[in-house]
Design a protein around this ligand. Structure first.
Ligand code: DGT
Ligand code: MG
Ligand code: MG
Length: 266
C-alpha cells in the first residue's frame, strides 16, 4: 500500500518493551476513591459490597487474560502478576497498562448494580482506574512485592478498624480518634479494641485483615508443565474447564502459600 506523506509522524512513537524473562506486575488503583466511596456511602471501615465488586472485576480480568497467574487486592487496588515468559502485546508497557485499566473499569461498572441495586452510577461520579507496570526479575523481589501490599493492607485495616470503632462506638470525633491513635503501635490498637470495646481483632473477617488473593489453579495438570505452555495452550485448558480461579483470604507473606503453588513462581 502506498504511504501518505504524513506517514513520517509514526517515527515519533516510542515503545517501552518490558524486560523479558521476568514477572510483570500490573497494579490498578481507583482514581479519587476517597471521594467516590463517600459519594456512594461506602460503609466504614470496610464495605463488603464494594470489595465484592473489586474481587469480581479482578476475577473477570483474570478469566479474560490467561497470562495472569495471580492477583491480590484490597481497598481500591488490585495487583496482577503475569507469568514470567508472557508475550502478551510483545510486553509493550503502554498496551498492557491501558488494557488492564480499561478492562478492569469496564467489569467494575458492569458488576456494580448487582451489589448496589439502589445506587446507580451517576455520570458525574463514575469509577475510573489508573494502572502501572513494574517488572520483578527475581522470586525474592516478586514475593516481597506481595508482602509489601499485604502488610500495607494489614496496617491500614488495623488503623481504620480502631479509628472507626472509636468514632462509631466510642463517640469520639474524627479529630479526637486521630489524636488518640497518633502515638500508638499495633499492640496498643489491639488493646484499645479489646479492653474498651470487647473486640478481638483476630476475629475480624479474613478478607478485611488479609485482603483477597485470586489464584489460577490447574486441575489435572502437572505444575511443572504449566510454566512451559504457550498462551494458546493455556487458553485451551481454560476452554476445557481445566482451570479455575479461586478466591482466598490467606497469608501470602509466609512460604506455605507459595510452596503449595509452584507454578506461580516458574
Ligand atoms: P488516588 O488513588 O490517588 O486517585 O486517590 P484515592 O482517593 O483513590 O486514594 P487511595 O487509593 O490512596 O485510597 C483509597 C480510598 O478509597 C480511601 O480513601 C478509602 C477508600 N475506600 C476503599 N475501600 C473502601 C471501603 O471499603 N470503605 C470505605 N468507606 N472507603 C473505602
Ligand atoms: Mg485510589
Ligand atoms: Mg488505593
Amino acid at each position: 500500500m502506498a504511504k501518505s506523506r504524513f506517514e513520517y509522524v509514526k517515527q515519533f512513537e516510542r515503545e517501552n518493551y518490558l524486560l523479558p524473562d521476568s514477572w510483570i506486575v500490573i497494579r490498578v488503583d481507583g482514581r479519587g476513591f476517597h471521594r467516590f466511596s463517600s459519594h456512594y456511602d461506602f460503609r466504614k471501615p470496610n464495605d463488603e459490597r464494594a470489595l465484592r465488586v473489586m474481587n469480581q472485576a479482578a476475577g473477570a480480568v483474570m478469566r479474560s487474560i490467561p497470562d495472569v497467574m495471580m492477583a491480590y487486592g484490597d481497598s481500591d487496588e488490585y495487583s496482577f502478576v503475569l507469568r514470567k515468559n508472557c508475550t502478551l502485546f510483545e510486553r509493550r508497557e503502554s498496551k498492557l497498562v491501558s488494557t488492564f485499566a480499561s478492562t478492569f473499569t469496564a467489569y467494575y461498572m458492569q458488576l456494580w448494580p448487582a451489589e448496589f441495586p439502589d445506587q446507580p452510577l451517576e455520570m458525574a461520579h463514575l469509577p475510573t482506574f489508573d494502572s502501572r507496570a513494574v517488572v520483578y526479575p527475581s522470586v525474592r523481589s516478586l514475593r516481597d512485592y506481595f508482602s509489601w501490599r499485604q502488610a500495607d493492607c494489614h496496617i491500614n485495616n488495623l488503623y481504620n478498624t480502631t479509628f472507626w470503632t472509636l468514632v462509631q462506638q466510642g463517640g469520639r470525633t474524627t479529630q479526637q480518634a486521630e489524636e488518640e491513635l497518633c502515638k500508638t503501635v499495633s499492640s496498643d490498637k489491639h488493646e484499645i479494641l479489646f479492653s474498651k470495646f470487647g473486640i478481638n481483632y483476630n476475629n475480624e473477617p479474613e478478607m478485611y485483615k488479609k485482603g483477597t488473593t485470586l489464584v489460577r489453579e490447574y486441575l489435572d495438570v502437572d505444575p511443572e508443565t504449566v510454566a512451559t505452555l504457550s498462551s494458546r495452550q493455556l487458553e485451551r485448558l481454560r476452554k476445557k474447564n481445566k482451570v479455575e480461579v479461586r478466591e482466598l483470604y490467606v497469608d501470602i507473606i509466609g512460604d506455605a502459600f507459595w510452596n503449595e503453588r509452584p507454578w506461580l513462581l516458574m
